[in-house]
Design a protein around this ligand. Structure first.
Ligand code: 5AD
Ligand code: SF4
Length: 436
């Protein structure tokens, strides 16, 4: 048998890309590829790209430029671009960077094995279709190799919401849900391979409709899998938080008390311009309803500042919403124009002003995040240990609230859930002691 060929994948962007990268590596394993962590070693380099914010394509072109020397030294090296930049740029990538052999969009990577064969014959391969067939049906079952204690599982892709700033409906296409039985099978296989916690992924995961009762129904079916201890899901739209899903946060013991629920802005005027289809008050009311059933839930969000037309008052409304909701965790971004989206046609606000607003918002969010962490000190939490820590004897894992927690613990506790008393809060993690 010939030596395996080596595949180096670099993943950008969201957790769905992390999941897709795993599946692409699995798909190419049938063509004789094993993964390497070093680009220098690789026979094929695959960039799995993200297009959500500005300059994404330019970053990929400069990254490709950096691989040019490697390619010159090793002309057999194959180079591929996958993900949302591949979808958006298509053959333009090969035109601008002729050394690229393969361009594959997020909905067609089940065709990678055939594309790789074409590339091995010296051809170029391009596929940015939204094919009729379901890629998950075409991909082989996931290999039964031992895995770490946590895993992602994509259950839904694409988005029909068309927020005015967002490229997702164009790069990932229309909303599609995977059938529940396939997801349950994949979950059982993951658990058999050592996984204790599964995070269900979707661009609009709570719009999942592959089970009769939506995402809550799927969660309850997953709840029955023995050996699966924790379930999470991300990322959600406020308008798809139905009562069954809210109730599951109170009654499903495996569903963790953490919710990522982006609002983007606290101004009704801007929410309308963003086509979010809800008001700030409706969002605040929704949060109150969720917290009434699960008061300790840690809430996370996404914000965009500097959307076209955002006034000082609009921004102050966002600050006010943040003060009202009190987030345990959040991500905030300066608006960036995405060609082809409705907001791209509108006049942009001053960049310096947007930067100033971003800094103010981030300062507030950081204060809230630190306070949420600090409030854990003295409390007992459950930690699923994932790996060894930086210091001798230490393990690192996540609490039910998704806080990173480090504690001195036996190595055999990796993959186990242990009670830990939190003793300190440091910048991005908590320190604790095992409770005997
Ligand atoms: N500009 C800035 N942020 C954006 N996001 C999506 N599109 C844009 C854009 N054009 C942010 C939103 C979304 C997160 C994944 O990325 O906050 O929730
Ligand atoms: Fe983009 Fe999310 Fe809006 Fe869909 S709901 S268009 S993925 S921001």
């Amino acid at each position: 048998m010939s030596d395996p060929k080596k595949l180096f994948i670099k993943t950008y962007g969201c957790q769905m890309n992390v999941y897709d990268s795993e599946r692409m590596a699995e798909a190419l394993s049938g063509n004789g590829y094993v993964q390497t962590q070093s680009a220098e070693d690789a026979d094929m380099i695959l960039l799995n790209t993200c297009h959500i914010r500005e300059k994404a394509a330019e970053k990929i072109y400069s990254e490709l430029g950096r691989f040019k020397a490697l390619h010159d030294a090793k002309p057999d090296l194959k180079i591929g671009v996958a993900g949302c930049v591949a979808q958006a740029e298509g053959e333009e990538i090969m035109r601008r960077q002729p050394m690229v052999d393969l361009v594959v969009g997020p909905q067609s990577y089940h065709r990678l094995p055939a594309m790789e064969q074409a590339v091995a014959r010296g051809e170029k391969a391009l596929d940015t279709d939204f094919p009729e067939e379901d890629k998950f049906e075409k991909l082989k079952a996931r290999p039964k190799v031992a895995r770490g204690p946590t895993a992602f599982l994509t259950v839904q892709e694409g988005c029909d919401k068309f927020c005015a700033f967002c490229v997702v409906p164009y790069t990932r296409g229309a909303e599609v849900s995977r059938p529940a039985d396939r997801i349950l099978q994949e979950a059982r296989d993951l658990v058999a391979a050592g996984v204790r916690e599964i995070t269900l992924l979707g661009q609009n995961v709570n719009a999942y409709h592959g089970a009769e009762g939506g995402l809550a129904d799927l969660i309850w079916q997953l709840d029955k899998i023995e050996g699966l201890s924790r379930i999470r899901f991300t990322t959600s739209h406020p308008n798809d938080m139905d009562q069954a899903l809210i109730d599951a946060h109170a009654t499903c013991g495996k569903l963790m008390p953490y919710l990522h629920l982006p609002v983007q802005s606290g101004s009704d005027r801007i929410l309308k311009a963003m086509n979010r289809k809800h008001t700030a008050a409706q969002y605040v009311d929704l949060i109150a309803r969720i917290r009434s059933v699960r008061p300790d839930l840690l809430l996370s969000g996404d914000f965009i500042v500097g959307f076209p037309g955002e006034t000082d008052q609009d921004f102050e409304d966002t600050m006010e919403l943040v003060r009202t909701v009190n987030y345990g965790q959040a991500y905030s971004f300066k608006y960036s124009t995405r060609p082809g989206t409705p907001a791209a046609e509108k006049a942009q606000i001053d960049d310096g002003l947007a930067t100033e607003r971003l800094h103010r918002l981030q300062a507030l969010l950081t204060t809230q995040q630190r306070a949420a962490q600090q409030s854990m000190v003295g409390r007992e939490v459950s930690v699923l240990f994932e790996k060894v820590g930086r210091l001798e004897g230490q393990l690192i894992g996540k609490s039910e609230y998704l806080h990173a927690v480090h504690a001195v613990a036996p190595r055999g506790d990796i993959g186990q859930i242990r009670k830990v008393r939190i003793v300190e809060s440091v910048t991005n993690s908590l320190g604790g002691e095992l409770v005997a």
